[in-house]
Design a protein around this ligand. Structure first.
Ligand SMILES: Nc1ncnc2c1ncn2[C@@H]1O[C@H](COP(=O)(O)OP(=O)(O)OP(=O)(O)O)[C@@H](O)[C@H]1O
Ligand SMILES: [Mg+2]
Length: 319
């Protein structure tokens, strides 16, 4: 299956673009989202990189609420904000809990109980939001523009972390619930029904469904973006072995920023010779992968028009 087939394939619902810092992940993810949207698939592109650059790439403001991307029909964007999601989730739990501070106490105590620090909890809950989009049938295709490798691998391990985290929380909640019941009977105080258990059960279910989707090669594709340099090859190796561990399917590599054939610049010729050597190696190592090359352009790839040009190089002009 070529990378264009991936975008056309109705079963493919999630595409993740990942790789080393600065290699062109955001540009390629944005180009893919434009191409898919223009070919009739209602597409949502989500940036999971806390240092968002999706808005910069499209040259328009995006932010933590879903926004329509101007200039492309069928395309929506979102830049996830872990702090906002954490605050919202906390609020939901509080509202649904009759003993006002109980959920908060649990959430606060969670770090100590499960070994997760509050910053981890932020990210985990932001990821829970991502998982909700995975279950959301409103979009035909959800594309993820991810952060450089290390952060993304941590993110991909989150469904498992989050799942055991919620299971622990449910256990603690059930345990404390017994005492709350006893206490109420003793003092004879009635109260609203506590729905925090239900919310957590729902979250657990969302995580499990999303985990299944992410490891299903029919619905998910991880596209590695790299440049033809030795350092990128090493990083790709690390990324691939982690993806393998998390059972996330990956058969596609984009080799970006390949020097074009230029004759009037000794420096460029030398760089191109170096890159060609690495490209040969990349093709040898990843012979069972689908590899797409993208040339290095003179200028930046920024704004819808330039991204469209990139999308034509990557996926072809016709659908
Ligand atoms: N083929 C290309 N030719 C020229 N410039 C490119 C090309 N691809 C990407 N760029 C430019 O390189 C810069 C980095 O690209 P981009 O932001 O897509 O990389 P990234 O991998 O998402 O980076 P980060 O790791 O910071 O998220 C941008 O200025 C982009 O316009
Ligand atoms: Mg980026």
């Amino acid at each position: 299956m070529t990378i264009t087939d991936l975008l056309n394939e109705k079963q493919v619902k999630f595409m993740l673009f990942g790789g080393k810092g600065g290699v062109g992940k955001t540009s390629c993810a944005a180009a893919a989202s434009i191409w898919a949207a223009e070919h009739g698939r209602k597409t949502l592109i989500i940036s999971t990189d806390p240092a968002h650059s999706l808005g910069d790439s499209f040259d328009q403001q995006i932010g933590p609420e879903i926004k329509k991307i101007k200039g492309v029909k069928n395309l929506y964007g979102l830049e996830l904000d872990p702090h906002k999601e954490f605050a919202e989730y906390q609020k939901t739990l509080e509202q649904e809990n009759s003993e006002e501070s109980q959920a908060q106490t649990l959430l606060g105590g969670l770090g100590g109980l499960t070994g997760m620090t509050p910053p981890g909890a932020d990210e985990a809950l932001a990821f829970a939001k991502v998982l909700e989009y995975i279950e959301n049938p409103e979009y035909d295709l959800v594309i993820f523009d991810t952060a450089p490798t290390g952060h993304t691998l941590r993110l991909l391990s989150l469904p498992d972390v989050l799942s055991s985290w919620v299971v622990n929380l449910l256990k603690i909640r059930a345990y404390l619930g017994k005492f709350a019941g006893l206490f109420k009977r003793l003092v004879g105080k009635g109260g609203k029904e506590d729905r925090s258990m239900e919310t957590l059960e729902k979250l657990k279910n969302t995580i499990d469904v999303a985990r299944g989707e992410l490891s299903d090669p029919e619905s998910t594709a991880f596209v590695i973006v790299m440049i033809p340099e030795a350092m990128a090859v090493f990083e790709t190796e690390r990324l691939l072995s982690a993806l393998n561990e998390y059972e996330i399917p990956c058969d596609h590599i984009i080799v970006n920023m390949v020097y074009p054939e230029v004759l009037d610049c000794a420096f460029c010729r030398a760089r191109r010779a170096m890159q060609l050597e690495n490209l040969r190696e990349i093709r040898e190592i990843y012979d069972d992968f689908n590899i797409t090359e993208v040339p290095l352009y003179e200028g930046e790839v920024r704004g819808v028009e330039r991204l469209k040009e990139l999308s034509e190089i990557l996926f072809g002009g016709a659908g």
